[in-house]
Design a protein around this ligand. Structure first.
Ligand code: SF4
Ligand code: SF4
Length: 505
């Protein structure tokens, strides 16, 4: 079946189902591959004018439901139903007009309702599956774009062992009732400042949760690596550049130069560990070096890098904003570099947030990163617990006092989920945003980020980097049409997907 999807003389409509160990779930993946030969000679083709809701001259900026056109490149169009991410790439008739086989259109009509329902459940269900725990508010670094205000980073508190275990017990009880094994991620500020209690927590609650850790690696020791590997902890290491000078300017440590040496040492200790990823924040200081970063990380056997545009939530991060056109160009170059290196070497490197965009197109409900989904995952699929026990929808809200859902030492997770501030975040979705509600890419981009936009004055605005998302999504479509998207997944990742619908002619 997989072979056929890349035979371009055939028109193929494909849907995939995600196979998950515990919960198999239907995932739409539909595409109609370009078929110049077949299309030209086929009298059974519909013209775009026959498509419901599909008007070439009124494409992108109309809020019509159903199929609309979207340009992915100068000459390339696709049709897409933005509500459920059904999409297809038309062929051409003898006069160069786009054509869609009737068979594909009737498939669309038949499954449209199901796809709408799948997408709605995925977007509007509030299935809490992860907790981010900040076991300390303190940090030994001073990254200029940090979303935690400096006064909290330097003077904040740390949890005691009893407090951390109290939270983990409470969470374990909550998730047992929900019959779910959740993920606990130890996150900002620098969790390894309280390494002892975290590691004890991982050992003690190993059967209750999967664990993750985000760190600047400055306090990581070689024995810790063995421990983290043994307990299969997902580890994110922060590193912004492949040269110490630029990296250390962006990731300075207290009383020292920066985390470059420590991060590289840790990456080498992990030696290709599948649970490791490197997180790079894109700013105006590293934007042109993104593909260099990928090359460097590939040589260090890193399996996954996240290239995240800096969020402008905190005032001090705003002067680091990269030029959007430059960021689009260099991000896409980095994607192509990752594909090139993965193709010609035994080691595959993926850009995790780009893979999420590909998934947004081929299997939208299989996405795991929550910023591209609208409403986003904050206060819906996960929440953050700060060192003082405050529950907030996402770490990005940490400096925004009005978004508290209560304190875990006094109230429960359920209460936080039902709190007005969490609801406020869940109620913000693309159809309510004037600039986004008619955008054909609205359910692939998701218009992040509510915290960032709230702090900029109004969360009902389009994404700060809207043009970047459009270019990146278009690049993802182009890769899918050439069959290159497979290099954007971990080798095992693609095996977790299978076709759900298929139409061959
Ligand atoms: S922010 Fe995203 S959804 Fe909104 S207009 Fe831009 S690309 Fe479309
Ligand atoms: S979009 Fe913003 S608030 Fe939502 S999950 Fe992402 S970072 Fe958090």
């Amino acid at each position: 079946m997989r072979q056929k999807k890349r035979q371009y003389y055939e028109i193929t409509v494909i849907a995939r189902t995600l196979k998950r160990s515990e919960e198999a779930e239907a995932i739409p993946f539909l595409r109609l591959l370009r078929s110049p030969k077949a299309a030209r000679n086929d009298s059974n083709l519909a013209k775009p004018g026959n498509l419901r809701g599909c008007r070439k001259e009124r494409m992108v900026n109309q809020s019509e439901k159903g199929l609309t056109y979207h340009n992915i490149a100068l000459k390339d169009n696709l049709i897409i139903d933005a509500d459920n991410s059904f999409w297809a790439i038309p062929g051409e008739d003898g006069e160069g007009n786009p054509t869609i086989p009737r068979k594909a259109l009737s498939l669309y009509e038949n499954i449209r309702g199901d796809l709408d329902n799948q997408m709605n459940d995925f977007r509007f269900g509030a299935n809490l599956t992860a907790l981010y725990i900040d076991p300390t508010d303190r940090c030994n670094a001073n990254c200029p774009y940090c979303y935690i205000p400096a006064r909290i980073r330097k003077k904040g508190r740390s949890m005691t062992e009893n407090e951390l275990f109290f939270i983990l017990e409470k969470a374990a009880k909550y998730f047992r009732e929900q019959k779910r094994k959740a993920v606990i991620v130890f996150h900002a500020a620098e969790p390894l400042l309280v390494k002892d209690i975290i590691f004890k927590g991982i050992k003690k609650f190993n059967n209750d949760f999967k664990f993750g850790l985000q760190t600047n690696a400055s306090l990581l020791e070689i024995d810790d690596v063995g421990f983290l590997r043994e307990f299969q902890v997902g580890v994110g290491i922060s590193l912004d550049y492949y040269s110490p000078k630029i990296n250390n300017r962006l990731r300075p440590l207290d009383g020292g130069s920066g985390n470059f040496r420590a991060a590289i040492r840790a990456i080498e200790w992990f030696n290709g560990y599948e649970g490791m990823n490197v997180i790079t924040t894109i700013t105006k200081f590293n934007v042109t070096g993104l593909s260099g970063m990928i090359k460097f990380m590939h040589a260090k056997k890193v399996p996954c890098v996240l290239l995240n545009p800096v969020r402008l939530t905190q005032k001090n991060s705003r002067f680091l904003k990269p030029n959007e056109a430059l960021m689009s160009r260099y991000f896409i170059k980095a994607v192509d570099k990752a594909i090139e290196l993965s193709k010609k070497s035994g080691h595959r490197i993926i850009i995790g947030n780009f893979t999420n965009v590909i998934l947004g197109i081929v299997a939208p409900t299989a996405r795991r990163l929550m910023c591209d989904i609208s409403p986003c995952g904050g206060g819906r699929c996960f929440l953050t617990i700060t060192a003082s026990g405050r529950m907030i929808p996402c770490g990005e809200f940490i400096g925004l006092k009005e978004f508290s859902g209560g304190n875990i030492f006094k109230s429960g997770i359920k209460e936080a989920m039902q709190s007005p501030s969490f609801k406020k975040v869940r109620e913000r979705f693309v159809e309510k945003i004037e600039e986004c509600k008619s955008c054909t890419l609205r359910n692939i981009c998701g218009a992040p980020c509510p915290a960032e936009l709230h702090s900029l004055g109004n969360m009902y605005k389009k994404a700060v980097f809207c043009e970047f998302y459009k270019k990146v999504v278009n690049h993802a479509f182009k890769l899918i049409t050439t069959g290159e998207e497979k290099y954007c997944f971990r080798k095992q990742g693609l095996n977790n997907l299978e076709y759900e619908y298929k139409l061959l002619r």
